[in-house]
Design a protein around this ligand. Structure first.
Ligand code: MEV
Length: 304
């Protein structure tokens, strides 16, 4: 009988420090409970069936690199399946890379530590996109909520308790690589200003790190607002994101911000439990779609 291994890895929500992390600053990210599943088996000819994955080049490169590093010649069938659309910008590419390499490791009895798994997956991102900080890969590998050092790529698990969060999708897909390049261009033109903005973002990440140790939701919300203001200043927010953020705040959220690269995709709001419904309604009233996900999910795992 054909041996099949199935793994799954979580998507992510960036809480603080997106973009700045590309310049070596830290960020905070949480794994969300929507997952990408990958099944692999040995077959006669390579076959990749990844209908919900926007770019199969990530899966192809994961397979190529894994084979090269482990001198494996057998053909493989890879099938993927996702709880969430690749168009919402919540980390489906990183989740599929991590789940694919984890599954190949299991199939060919190659044991990989979390760090080795991270390094190989991050290499896939760099080989395909040529750019990226790797924090989304770390979220998919380790799960939970993590403080990620953009320079050393080290992670620290944060003990964030109950994080009442509302996530709203703008309806517009953004291209992360384009946004990162646009910020880079502006950074090169106005280095002094951008260095200041990005290092201020790093200060917010440090404050959020401290607030997370006491579980101070109100303070964590205020830091969402400050982080969003800086993301506006580096030019990655949009009118739609701003209107959803404002709607959430007016409806009683502790704070709200865009999450990820900006230019569309999603925003997140930290809310008092009894305000969740009114914040959701306010986001919908400005044409946002609510995405139902919970933070702090488990990292990559073998399903069967
Ligand atoms: C995209 O989700 C987050 C960015 O910081 C890019 C990256 O860190 O690779 C904009």
């Amino acid at each position: 009988m054909k041996k099949t291994i199935t793994t799954s890895a979580p998507g992510k929500l960036t809480l603080y420090g997106e973009h700045a992390v590309v310049y070596g600053y830290p960020c905070i990210v949480t794994a969300m409970d929507s997952r990408v599943r990958v099944s692999v088996s040995v077959v006669d000819e390579d076959h990749i069936d990844a209908p919900q994955v926007k770019r199969t080049d990530f899966v192809e490169e994961a397979l190529r690199l894994f084979r090269e590093k482990n001198k494996i010649k057998q053909s493989v069938e890879i099938a993927t399946n996702s709880d969430f659309s690749s168009s919402v910008g919540l980390g489906s590419s990183s989740a599929v890379i991590v789940a694919t390499i984890k599954a190949l490791g299991e199939l060919f009895a190659v044991s990989l530590s979390d760090k080795e798994l991270f390094d190989m997956c991050y290499q896939v991102v760099i080989n395909v996109k040529g750019i990226g900080s790797g924090f989304d890969i770390a979220a998919a590998v380790y799960g939970g909520t993590i403080y990620f050092d953009g320079k050393s790529k080290e992670v620290e698990l944060l003990r964030l308790g109950h994080l009442p969060m509302v996530v709203g999708y703008t309806g517009n897909k953004a291209d992360t690589a384009t946004l990162v390049k646009e910020v880079r261009d502006r950074y090169e033109k106005e280095e002094k200003k951008y260095k200041l903005l990005l290092s201020s973002m790093a200060d917010i990440v440090q404050d959020a790190y401290i607030a997370s140790t006491t579980g101070d939701s109100e303070e964590l919300g205020v830091l969402f607002n400050e982080n969003h203001a800086l993301l506006q200043k580096i030019g990655v927010s949009t009118d739609k994101l701003d209107s959803m953020v404002e709607a959430a705040k007016s409806a009683g959220a502790y704070g709200a911000k865009l999450s990820g690269a900006g230019g569309g995709d999603c925003m997140i709001a930290l809310v008092p439990d009894d305000m969740r419904m009114s914040v959701e309604r306010a986001i919908e009233e400005v044409d946002g779609k609510i995405v139902r996900v919970e933070p702090n999910a488990q990292g990559v795992r073998v399903e069967s």
